[in-house]
Design a binder for this molecule. Structure first.
Ligand code: HDD
Length: 703
């Protein structure tokens, strides 16, 4: 029998056994046997009291003898591990990869041998610059890292949602990352590239210009992970059973199509829901809408590689899809969230050097450097060479080796023999047939620190990317450059950047210079080799050109008021669900509203907590009285004004017109405003939503 003192009343309570629970106010409840497990220490000892430290007397000093208290606080004090030095903010999910057909002609990798075979995967998406607690909608590259648990060991394809990189040689990685991260004296800005250090480095690094075009484009503010492409970036090799090599580039294409948000929206999403991308993935998977991507390969040989002016080993270059069409070889489906974020998403250790037999590296100097960095960083972060013992990092195929001991060793080999060769006939042996064999490329040369001439063209593909964008996308690039450079205080840096832009597109350079208020254009930057202007635009590079023409997987926000038309709402809901999209109701109060027919409409958000930036399209189902009342609320006016400014499709009942007008939106402004005045209007509205945005409105809005 033990005694326990309730801090609030001071009255002693006698505890008969451990089957007790404390309510919110600290009160104890007797609970039935078997209702819950008994709380224990990490050593397994049952705990009698988890509310009070052991003291001398009710008001006395604490005793060091309180092993439960000490263990609990000790563990808490050590809960954090170092966050990733880059890609700290991320979100992961489990799933599978399904191979479409045998690729035995190209690779002996087991994962690509049998059509229909499924391989378990874990995927982690991330931003690069921000820390773990930063917001999701930063303008940034997104990491797209896939761990395939193949039958021949783990294969990690550690890619991004952008197919090129800032730098050509890994030795520059600490510099680009230092430059983009918060400045070291002031420790800001967080998760932003819009500051002097970043643009200083970029303006002195012409090789980054192609990547800069991508990062200033809508690719860097994706609508969600589900609507992003992914790229292995580097040229890799596939190697078949005859030890023949084929170069390969890896591309992930989302089944739902690509989609991004606009910058003004991104800024507001970060305030309204900093976890917007996380929540989106969580909700989709929990709802059974499993996101899917197709893996595409661009396969080529040395002769094809030699046909370009640029080097396929240069990670600042792409091979346009129109020149080398990607071949779909399998699909990736994410169908399960981790049971525990820390154990899985935080502790997962991706490494570019994890390749199975049949997949090999190229000499890309960025990839070569990465192959050192990823192993090294895991030791720092996870604290032990035994990080492969953590379930998320352990292979799912049989594995046998003689590595032993070290911190947290959980899988030490058993038996007497822990070396080879040995004469006891015990333990695993190497296999020249099954084992990984590096592609035996012939290499010779002097030891030098040189960048190849074939890496010297820094502008041609930047120009090609810009030329491949639609007019709205080009406007977004100009606006992003202007915004970012407007945050740069050092005028010389702004000028250096415009000098580079002159090598990419004169119109772009002039627009940015004008919007920055520059009095005159700087001299064009010197180019190591003259930029080409004869590269054909590649429509595959535009998000808008490759729109899905579908509202599947998107989200509709419906603003309702008391007296709303419940029949119309039901019709709209049915149409949205039939389309494969999701509807969420926003109301003046989260409890919901009473409809015109007396039925009750449940809401998901109150108007202050459900701004239209959280939705892909909106509908206003308001009674006239409700609209008039909402017109007096800033949040409701913003709901409408933002949806309009962000070029979203807006449906409305005639009763909603007072709110539209107060928000400054002419109900007849354009075809993106659809009055729900007859039964056919719902279908018309959904059909419009498939276009996702009415970009022609953008010039009128002048966002
Ligand atoms: Fe990296 C993490 C992608 C260049 C060094 N990188 C990391 C992650 C992704 C990428 C997606 C997060 C993985 C996860 O979710 O845990 N990195 C890239 C791409 C690059 C690239 C696509 C260029 C093509 N990275 C790069 C270079 C170096 C690194 C040149 C160093 C020489 N990257 C790292 C790292 C990280 C990392 C320090 C931090 C945490 C980790 O590895 O596990 O090793």
């Amino acid at each position: 029998m033990a005694k326990n003192t309730r801090p609030s009343s001071g009255k002693p309570v006698t505890i008969h056994d451990q089957k007790l629970m404390r309510g919110k106010g600290g009160e104890l409840h007797q609970i039935a046997d078997g209702d819950t497990d008994v709380l224990t220490t990490a050593q397994g000892g049952p705990v009698a009291d988890d509310q009070n430290t052991l003291k001398i007397g009710e008001r006395g000093p604490a005793l060091i003898e309180d092993f439960h208290f000490r263990e609990k606080i000790f563990h808490f004090d050590h809960e954090r591990i170092p966050e990733r030095v880059v890609h700290a903010r991320g979100y992961g999910a489990h799933g599978f990869f399904e191979t479409y057909k045998s690729l035995a002609a190209y690779t002996r990798a087991d994962i690509f041998q049998r059509a229909g075979e499924r391989t378990p995967v874990f995927v982690r998406f991330s931003t690069v610059a921000g820390s773990k607690g930063s917001f999701d909608l930063a303008r940034d590259v997104r990491g797209f890292a896939v761990k395939f648990y193949t039958q021949e060991g783990n294969w990690d394809l550690v890619g991004n949602n952008i197919p090129v990189f800032f730098i050509q040689d890994a030795i520059k990685f600490p510099d680009i990352i230092h430059a983009v991260k918060p400045e070291p004296d002031r420790a800001f800005p967080q998760a932003q590239s819009a500051h002097d250090n970043f643009w200083d480095f970029i303006s002195l690094t012409p090789e980054s210009m192609h990547m800069i075009m991508w990062v200033m484009s809508d690719r860097a503010i994706p609508r969600s992970f589900r609507f992003m492409q992914g790229f292995g970036v580097h040229t890799f090799r596939l190697v078949n059973a005859k030890d023949e090599s084929t170069f390969v580039k890896f591309i992930w294409k989302p089944k739902l199509g690509m989609q991004s948000v606009v910058w003004n929206e991104a800024v507001k999403i970060n305030g309204a829901d900093p976890d917007f991308h996380r929540r989106d993935l969580w909700n989709a998977i929990q709802a059974g809408d499993f996101p899917e991507w197709e893996l595409n390969l661009q396969l080529f040989d040395q002769e094809f590689a030699d046909s370009f002016d640029f080097d396929v080993l240069d990670p600042t270059k792409i091979i346009p899809e129109e020149v080398l069409p990607p071949v779909p070889v399998g699909r990736l489906v994410l169908d399960r969230m981790p049971d525990n974020f820390f154990a899985e998403t935080e502790q997962v250790a991706f490494m570019t050097q994890n390749v199975p037999p049949g997949i090999d590296f190229s000499n890309d100097p960025l990839l070569q450097g990465r192959n050192f960095s990823y192993l090294d960083t895991q030791l720092k972060r996870l604290g032990s060479p035994n990080f492969t013992h953590i379930p998320i990092n352990a292979p799912k195929c049989p594995f046998h080796h003689f590595q032993q001991d070290g911190h947290m060793a959980m899988r030490n080999p058993v038996g007497r023999v822990n070396y080879q060769p040995n004469s006891f006939g015990e333990g695993p042996r190497e296999s020249p047939e099954r084992g990984f064999r590096s592609f035996a490329d012939a290499e010779e040369g002097q030891k030098v620190r040189l960048r190849a001439e074939s890496f010297a063209d820094h502008y041609s593909q930047a120009r090609q990317f810009f030329n491949s964008q639609t007019a709205p996308e080009q406007r977004h690039i100009a606006a992003a450059l202007t915004f970012e450079l407007s945050k740069v205080e050092t005028v010389a840096i702004r000028e250096r950047m415009v000098a580079h832009l002159l090598n990419i597109d004169e119109g772009l350079a002039e627009t940015v210079a004008d919007k920055l208020g520059m009095k005159e254009l700087p001299r064009r930057a010197d180019a190591a080799v003259p930029p080409r202007d004869d590269l054909e635009p590649s429509p595959a590079l535009s998000i808008i050109e490759n729109g899905p023409d579908s509202f599947v997987g998107r989200k509709m926000g419906v603003l309702v008021s008391p007296g709303a038309d419940a029949v119309l709402l039901k019709k709209l809901q049915a149409a949205i669900e039939k389309e494969g999209a999701v509807m969420e109701i926003v109301a003046p109060k989260v409890g919901g509203v009473e409809a015109a027919d007396g039925s009750w409409i449940e809401a998901k958000h109150m108007i202050d907590g459900g701004p239209s930036v959280l939705f892909d399209a909106v509908a206003l189902i308001l009674s006239e009285e409700g609209a008039e009342r909402l017109a007096g609320e800033a949040a409701a006016r913003d709901f409408v004004a933002d949806a309009f400014a962000h070029c979203k499709f807006i449906a409305f009942t005639s009763g909603s017109i007072p709110l539209l007008q107060k928000a400054g939106v002419d109900p007849e402004a354009d075809e993106g405003l659809i009055e729900l005045d007859d039964p056919k209007a719902v279908a018309k509205f959904i059909a419009s939503c498939r276009k996702l945005r009415l970009w022609s409105r953008e010039m009128a809005v002048k966002l």
